[in-house]
Design a protein around this ligand. Sequence first.
Ligand SMILES: Cc1cc2nc3c(=O)[nH]c(=O)nc-3n(C[C@H](O)[C@H](O)[C@H](O)COP(=O)(O)O)c2cc1C
Length: 331
Amino acid sequence: MVPIHDNRSKTDEAPVRAALRAGERAPSVCNTRPWALTHSGSRIAVSVDVDRRLEVSDPKARELVISCGAALYNIRTALRAHGVLPKINILPDPERPGLLAEIDTTHSVEPSNLDLLLYPSIGKRRTHRGPFTADVDDVRLVRALSTAAATEGAALRLITDKGLVQSLAGLVAAAEHVQRHERSHAEELARWVRSPGSRRPDGIHAEDFPPEERVTDAEFPERDYGQNRIPGMLDVHGEVTGTIALLTTVADTRSSHLAAGQALQRLLLTATAEGVSAAFHTQPLEEPLLRAFITERLCEGAHAQMILRLGREHQRTPNGGGPISPLTAGS
Ligand SMILES: Cc1cc2nc3c(=O)[nH]c(=O)nc-3n(C[C@H](O)[C@H](O)[C@H](O)COP(=O)(O)O)c2cc1C
């Protein structure tokens, strides 16, 4: 592979432009893309776009900041892959809480194997919806995902007990059903659902779903983006719910949410490089009482930030069959 950083001498703008493009490809709640990514000279700023906040389901902007954290991690990864060492100042100005991070791009670095491996995953990663064909049963990969989260200041907690998985699925179902029948929630969600054929880059599109409804054995209902699907009964042929995990942080501050977003994206890119996808079910974390219950009873008091299902979609060769993988690439 030709090192991407070889191009840097031709134009110093190239890494910054690649970083901004990478930032725009981050996952975000309801695909709201609630960030403003700007650059001035050698400095990139990641700010919140308050007009894109979900006032009903995310009044404290927790999911918004997690989304921006994911964008920040993509920016960091793209810069490093282009030979730039990102020097990051998190929440640099207490007077401007909407300014989440400033990144100085004047220093160079030799990209690591991991940087070069994770960077292409930015364009390949997509949110999965529906069942998987296999769980994440590779212990080394689970360890790599946990390390990815821990390195960014969060923790990945696997829920392996069948009863607890069913309980969590029940909480997702409870939140989903309540939100479906609450007018303010439904109206807010409807604003982010795009009509068929829409070319807008933001919002949820019909193509974001599998063509037909397929249910999982532990019933984790999808958020209803207007397709009116009611979760069915257990009827699964060779398909599985996936490995259930919670992403948690010790504190529950804005900087913890930013860390959770970076941890989320680091583990998602690591998973993508290994042919593993993730589905999200954040509905109960938008209900303060349910979130407190999950934090207290399933996370030993660590604050629940994301609920994930992880698994394989189809037979895919990890990492395009290449010799390096997140399991061997180091940091
Ligand atoms: C904080 C956060 C919460 C999310 N919650 C859900 C969810 O509850 N259900 C879901 O299907 N997708 C959820 N997503 C995934 C987004 O809908 C997805 O990232 C967005 O539609 C863009 O699609 P992509 O990830 O395939 O690029 C969430 C993503 C983030 C960052």
